[in-house]
Design a protein around this ligand. Structure first.
Ligand SMILES: C[S@@+](CC[C@H](N)C(=O)[O-])C[C@H]1O[C@@H](n2cnc3c(N)ncnc32)[C@H](O)[C@@H]1O
Length: 336
């Protein structure tokens, strides 16, 4: 599909009163919102792997997830891995009983994979999953899974106490949030995390239209001014902030996080298009290196500093050289 067509369709739907619902229905009809178990599992297990690398014990943890979305793979999997309490927040009401049940059922055949990834006995994971089997409605399913769904729930103002959570996580969310809102979210995350607790995020700062149109790369959007991008993906349903990896890094640092891990993946095709001049770079992106412009994945562990510097050495970097914590073009170790 031509990416401009999709962008225009989304721009129109975004501006209609029932446009969001209509878009969702269209996705259902076209099958693009169909459950993709390997993809969903892969993304959620990356979050688990990052948590394990952060050395935060997931069993007994209180976790906050930013951006529940439609299917609660991340909160359910955190719960299956033993998290005591998972609070998942969303400003949009995408989660439904149907999606929650579908997600729960989809996990049954992959419990062994989850147990292996989490380093947990399979019987424990099976027992936690079974608790949700006979739930008569959404609330009881979420209860059984130790998941608290908060809608409307804004990650800028969680209402949670200072120093009260062990982990703040997100998957495929940060790129959809404007910069000033992200700054407030990082400050709020730092406030609610206990000292030494971690923020764990994985996200895709590349142009998402490249998924539907193979004639463009994940850096396609760097050719547009803010004004032109507004009508493609700078507003509405397709919103993408176009922030580069180096800017995210700065946002975490400005909020006061230490960054024991900041890994990026560079899309070589996008890098080639920029370096060969096939993709013109708008002057507002002129200050970024080609590598930074071509980053299409970021994995972050941000740690809330603890009072004693000695205690801050608790995070394992698993062979990631400290230099790789920079917004470099280092290829990530396989996070999964
Ligand atoms: C692309 S979806 C990703 C959902 C889910 N994490 C996934 O991977 O399927 C981004 C989600 O973040 C939510 N979101 C955006 N801003 C938010 C905020 N300030 N607080 C909480 N959720 C937010 C959106 O409503 C949306 O559901």
């Amino acid at each position: 599909m031509n990416w401009r067509m999709k962008a225009h369709l989304l721009a129109v739907l975004s501006r209609l009163p029932a446009g969001r619902k209509a878009y969702h229905r269209l996705q259902r009809v076209a099958g693009t919102n169909r459950l993709d178990l390997p993809g969903e599992m892969g993304r959620a297990l990356e979050v688990v792997q990052l948590i394990r690398r952060s050395r935060q014990p997931l069993e007994t943890a209180t976790c906050v997830e930013i951006g529940t979305g439609w299917r609660p793979f991340v909160p359910f999997i955190l719960s299956l891995c033993g998290a005591q309490r998972v609070i998942t927040l969303d400003i949009n009401p995408w989660l439904s009983e149907r999606y929650a049940r579908e997600t729960h059922a989809a996990l049954e055949p992959v419990l062994d994979e989850i147990a292996a990834e989490a380093g947990q006995p399979l019987e424990d994971v099976q027992r936690r999953w079974a608790a949700g089997c006979d739930a008569p409605n959404l609330d009881s399913l979420l209860d059984a899974m130790h998941v608290e769904y908060r809608y409307p729930g804004d990650a800028r103002a969680t209402g949670l106490a200072d120093d009260s959570v062990d982990l703040v996580v997100s998957s495929n969310v940060l790129e959809h949030i404007p910069r000033d809102v992200l700054a407030s979210i990082q400050q709020e995350s730092l406030r609610i995390l206990r000292p030494g607790g971690c923020a764990v995020h994985r996200f895709n700062p590349g142009d998402h239209f490249a998924v539907v149109d193979s004639s463009i790369t994940t850096a396609n959007f760097v050719q547009f001014s803010t004004r032109d991008w507004h009508w493609y993906g700078g507003s509405g349903l397709a919103y993408h902030n176009r922030l580069r990896a180096s800017q995210y890094k700065q946002l975490f640092r400005d909020a006061g996080f230490d960054l024991p891990l900041f890994q990026v993946r560079v899309d070589e095709q996008a890098l080639h298009a920029i370096q060969q001049g096939q993709l013109p770079v708008h002057k507002q992106f002129a200050g970024f290196s080609p590598d930074d412009l071509a980053v299409d994945y970021v994995w972050v562990i941000g740690q809330k500093p603890v009072a004693s510097p000695a205690a801050m050495h608790g995070v394992r970097t698993d062979g990631v050289h400290p230099a790789a914590c920079g917004a470099s073009s280092d290829q990530p170790e396989p996070v999964r």
